[in-house]
Design a binder for this molecule. Structure first.
Ligand code: ASP
Ligand code: MG
Length: 413
């Protein structure tokens, strides 16, 4: 029998009615002949509430205890969900991450999954039960509860999809699918029918906030089909899948705006072997996650080294570079937190020219100054002033016709 994973986000299980609605979805899939494994998030804003509760008692809560606390949000959802299914006449059983031995490393609040014991789940499924697993959590080898980082239930779902060799992983949410850009910033954004793992990875690490980045990594690595859809509608959402040739016809599939961003410039560091390594090994030790890095040689003796981080990481990044400033003979540290990043993403960039030209022209016409530019094979990002960033995003969306379905766009040069 084929297995399907259905993951319900916080808004899709926010109250009793929503849980019942989600339960009907699950039943529908069982009637189609699937064995169903449900992964659920904490209800509504419960995780935020638990974090606030913790901080009320301790401004610096021990991370082990924080994980222990945060994991209870998901645990409540899955047992309530199981009760709802039982009330509708279906056999269901819920598990915490620890109970199904979702083993992770020991990095509290952002743990990574190492292995899952799928035996128990298969046994329950084979007995005709619907299995519910609390998302966002695991257990380390010493028996401590861990969590996978905010939004981590997607990753739980995809890890289970992989371990159970599921046919598909459905991600139920409160939007209709994945849009070319955030519809709250550009009202005419179009819903995508399909998107490749690579594009989705770029978009989610650029803060598109639809799916947890690591969940997409699982999908790509093990080629698990993902279907992001609205829990309140029957309509098809967006399929995230491996690349098909037709996808390359579309040069730009999506655009993002990342506002919670900061940039650190190390001006005039010594231009000699080992300096960049020094800077970034210290940042790694401080567990700072770096977004983009740019180094430019300014003379044979000196170079400028810049990087961007999420605003939340700035404090740690700043402390680290201040500590090693002298070691790399850095003349000056320049920090900006009033910046934002506008990016365009598309696998078609690999094979088409003129994307950069169109992007920069759109920004120029909108009178937006570009502070710096970084690129990957399928992405171009521009740092701009935060105050101009919404205008910049809209100009870019218009230029690449992100208000139209992919087949109607005339993006190619
Ligand atoms: N409940 C967790 C959060 O709010 C995990 C998740 O929803 O995926 O971040
Ligand atoms: Mg989410």
């Amino acid at each position: 029998m084929a297995i399907i994973i259905q993951k319900f986000g916080g808004t899709s299980v926010a109250d009793a009615d929503k849980i019942k609605q989600a339960a009907r979805r699950v039943i529908k899939a069982t009637k189609k002949g699937y064995q169903v494994v449900v992964v659920a998030s904490a209800r509504g804003k419960q995780t935020d509430q638990l974090i606030a509760d913790a901080h009320e008692l301790n401004p610096n809560p021990p991370e082990r205890e924080l994980d222990q606390l945060l994991s209870t949000g998901e645990q409540q959802t899955v047992s309530l969900f199981a009760m709802a299914l039982e009330a509708m006449g279906y056999k269901a059983i819920s598990f915490t991450g620890a109970q199904i031995r979702m083993v992770t490393d020991s990095v509290h609040t952002k743990a990574r999954i190492i292995s899952i014991d799928s035996k128990r789940i298969h046994k329950e499924l084979d007995e005709g039960k619907i299995v519910l697993v609390a998302g966002y959590q695991g257990i380390d080898k010493n028996g401590n509860v861990t969590t996978l980082g905010r939004g981590g239930s997607d990753t739980s779902a995809m890890a289970l999809a992989t371990a159970l060799k599921a046919e598909e992983c459905e991600i139920y949410t409160d939007v209709d699918g994945i849009y070319t850009t955030d519809p709250r910033l550009f009202g005419d954004a179009a819903k995508m029918e399909r998107i490749s793992y690579d594009e989705m990875l770029e978009l989610s690490s650029l803060g598109a906030n639809v799916m947890h980045t690591r969940a997409v990594e699982f999908g790509k690595k093990y080629d698990v089909k993902i279907h992001v859809r609205n829990s309140l509608k029957e309509d098809k959402g967006t399929i995230v899948t491996h690349e098909v040739p037709r996808m390359e016809d579309v040069v730009v599939s999506g655009a993002t705006l990342q506002k919670e961003l900061a940039k650190v410039d190390l001006i005039n560091v010594d231009n000699k072997p080992g300096n960049a390594a020094k800077v970034f090994s210290h940042l790694a030790k401080a567990k700072v996650i770096i977004n983009d890095i740019v180094q430019t040689e300014v003379s044979t003796e000196k170079a400028n080294l810049s990087f961007t981080v999420d605003a939340a990481e700035l404090k740690a990044a700043k402390e680290t570079v201040e500590k090693i400033k002298d070691e790399v003979n850095c003349q000056n540290i320049f920090i900006r937190d009033d910046i934002a990043e506008v990016s365009v993403v598309g696998v078609g960039m690999r094979t088409h020219y003129g994307v950069a030209d169109k992007l920069f022209s759109a920004l120029a016409e909108a009178k937006v100054n570009i502070d710096s530019i970084t690129t990957s094979e399928i992405r171009i990002s521009c740092i701009v002033d935060k105050g101009q960033s919404k205008k910049a995003l809209r100009a870019v969306c218009r230029a690449f016709e992100l208000d139209k379905p992919a087949e109607q766009r005339k993006q190619t040069s």
